[in-house]
Design a protein around this ligand. Structure first.
Ligand code: FE2
Length: 390
């Protein structure tokens, strides 16, 4: 699935749908809020105009100088805005219903259980806020992450390479919601796991060049005898991808940008391929062919590709293992039913987290450690992955 801006007519339809929802919310809010006074009427009119601002953003192309947030962030922001409207509507409606019920039954003020009414109102507003606060609070505790161990069978793997341990974190998103203090515990934990190799498949920063500085201070401390390798993610392109890649390389991470390395481990060979983030104008096949030029196809191989959306294409090359991130495991997960993750991110792709197989190819999608769009991870803990080859 190429990562491109939707055409204008699609964005226009999205605008109409969002505006229709906002209009519906406003008319219902207007019904339940007493707007008899002039001040309230004016406030309601301002609210009406403001409602259309978020939905108007979808008309603008993302990655432009006007819209500084990426499409994924935009989806979350619009979702949050509409959920906020629903909570507001529900809260005022509850208030109105309690009030009407009291007058119709001609109850005196003393007859109305004011404490119960207050509790209802507090619940309507408080529960969503508490849930949000808890989620945001959870984020500050980086010890809430999960170390996920997975054994992956690789064809043609030499006996000497069996048991090789690869640690991986993706989607660090160094920036406003991921400081050096947040990153350091992950670095310490990875080192304590004593991996043979470390992979960092993209989204090192959120959106700005200076965000790479604290990250580099942290990742300089990573240790693995067979090296630390990375590839670019889409967020490196929101900042200056050349600058970010160079800084990370200087911090001791070998950035594979549509290129490969053949590792010599215990005298046996393992090919490591890294792809730049697949973007409009740079299809998977051309990036991949460039990356494997001169590589012996019979070698066992691992490919870093930030987005997991190209697994079908990757499977055409019988790749042993593709490692990806990008999805953040959905970041906000409503429920898990067996292996199915119910999250809005599943609307974009069926590859959300975990190990996938297609013909002879395999792909592991890590949940990553950072956040994009909303600073919330719900029911979706950050992940350090440890892959053991066999
Ligand atoms: Fe990401």
């Amino acid at each position: 699935m190429p990562y491109i801006d939707p055409p204008l007519f699609v964005r226009f339809i999205a605008f109409l749908l969002l505006s229709a929802f906002n209009l519906w919310s406003w008319t219902h809010l207007r019904d339940v809020i007493d707007v008899a006074s002039g001040v309230k009427r004016r406030l309601a009119a301002v609210g009406f105009l403001l409602m259309f601002l978020p939905s108007s953003i979808v008309l603008l192309p993302t990655h432009s100088s006007v819209v500084w947030i990426d499409a994924q962030a935009l989806v979350w922001l619009l979702l949050a805005w509409n959920v906020f409207l629903l909570v507001l509507l529900f809260t005022f409606r509850k208030k109105k219903l309690v009030h009407v019920g009291a007058s119709e039954s001609a109850k005196t003020e003393a007859d109305i259980d004011l404490r119960r009414r207050g509790l209802l109102r507090a619940s309507a507003v408080g529960i969503p806020i508490l849930t949000l606060n808890k989620s945001i609070g959870d984020l500050s505790h980086t010890d809430d992450y999960e170390v996920v161990y997975k054994t992956v069978s690789i064809r043609r793997l030499a006996d000497k390479l069996k048991g090789l341990r690869i640690a991986m974190i993706a989607d660090i998103h160094s920036g406003p919601f991921m400081s050096k203090t947040d990153i350091d515990p992950y670095i310490g934990r990875i080192n304590s796991l004593q991996p043979d190799l470390i992979l960092l498949p993209g989204d090192f920063v959120q959106s700005r060049n200076e965000e790479v500085d604290p990250l580099c201070e942290s990742i300089r401390g990573l240790r693995a005898p067979y090296g630390i390798y990375g590839c670019t993610g889409n967020h490196e392109y929101i900042a200056d991808v050349e600058y970010i890649s160079r800084e990370i390389q200087n911090a001791g991470v070998t950035m594979l940008r549509n290129e490969h390395r053949v590792l010599d481990i215990h005298g046996e060979k393992l090919a490591l391929i890294g792809l730049d983030d697949i973007r409009a104008g740079h299809p998977f096949h051309s990036s991949f062919r460039h990356a494997v030029r001169g590589l012996d196809p019979s070698l066992p191989n691992i490919t870093m590709c930030h987005k997991p959306y190209y697994f079908e294409e990757a499977s055409e090359y019988d790749l042993d293992l593709v490692v990806s991130g990008h999805t953040h495991g959905g970041q906000i997960v409503l429920a898990r039913v067996f292996n199915i993750v119910i999250t809005p991110a599943a609307l974009l792709s069926g590859y959300v987290e975990g190990l996938y197989r297609l013909d002879r190819a395999q792909m592991y999608v890590t949940r990553g450690i950072g956040m994009s769009g909303l600073p919330i991870r719900l029911n979706c803990p950050p992940e350090i992955t440890v892959l053991t080859l066999e």
